[in-house]
Design a protein around this ligand. Structure first.
Ligand SMILES: [Mg+2]
Length: 229
């Protein structure tokens, strides 16, 4: 039986894919071109869109460098780094919004007695700013940050949730849009998992047994019924 629910933030509660990714991608391409990527903005953006269908973003910036090359005198590492920097370390727009109905859903789950936790991955100040703008803090019993650049993994945060609440692994449900982190790393601990198939990772198909979610939904609103909450 599910007793505790752990949510991811980007593309699970917040529509990052539509609200933040297009502008961040454009800024990243511009920064790379400025640093020496040998192409123009339109071509670079097209390459990003094509790639997304096949492979999500990790090492997008290095792959752009290999695909287009760099102008004479430029440093390939610096070009890729400029893209990553422009993409991840950004000021969060103040008009970001949760998926419609999310606030109500979180409220209902709390009313039903489920403690909720938030585990979010990314550049910490950016993630904190999103949480602040969205006013998410009151809904969650605990909030955990995971910065992959510091070698941190979601699994560590999931373990911290379990250490605090001390239930059997099957009592936890991880809800998120990435099968490699939100699903596989939760399943490593024996948790139940629900894959929200949305955003740039929705084309990924589970290859490892650990990446196979217990439940799959395409809209967060389906969660209570699907997982019998
Ligand atoms: Mg996410």
């Amino acid at each position: 039986m599910i007793e505790q629910i752990v949510f991811d933030l980007d593309d699970t509660l917040l529509d990052t894919y539509r609200q933040l990714v297009p502008k961040a991608t454009r800024d990243a391409c511009l920064a790379m071109i400025k640093e020496g990527l040998a192409t123009d903005l339109e071509t670079a953006l097209k390459a990003c869109a094509e790639r997304e269908m096949k492979k999500p973003r990790h090492d997008l910036f290095t792959s752009l460098v290999s695909r287009f090359g760099i102008r004479e005198g430029a440093d390939p590492l610096k070009v890729a780094g400029a893209g990553s920097q422009a993409f991840y370390n950004r000021k969060v727009e103040t008009d970001i919004q949760l998926f419609p109905g999310t606030r109500e859903l979180l409220g209902e789950l709390r009313e039903k007695g489920y403690p909720l936790h938030l585990v979010t991955q990314g550049h910490r100040p950016t993630q904190e700013e999103k949480i602040r703008i969205l006013g998410l803090e009151p809904y969650f019993d605990s909030i955990h940050h995971v910065d992959p650049k510091q070698g941190e993994r979601k699994r560590d945060a999931f373990s911290r949730v379990m250490a605090r609440t001390k239930l059997t692994p099957m009592s936890y449900l991880s809800v998120g849009n990435r099968i490699d982190t939100d699903i596989a790393e939760a399943k490593e601990l024996g948790w139940q998992t629900c894959w929200l198939r949305y955003g740039e990772y929705k084309h990924m198909t589970p290859t490892l047994p650990l990446e196979r979610p217990d439940y799959t939904i395409e809209n967060l609103k389906e969660l209570p019924q699907k997982c019998q909450l």
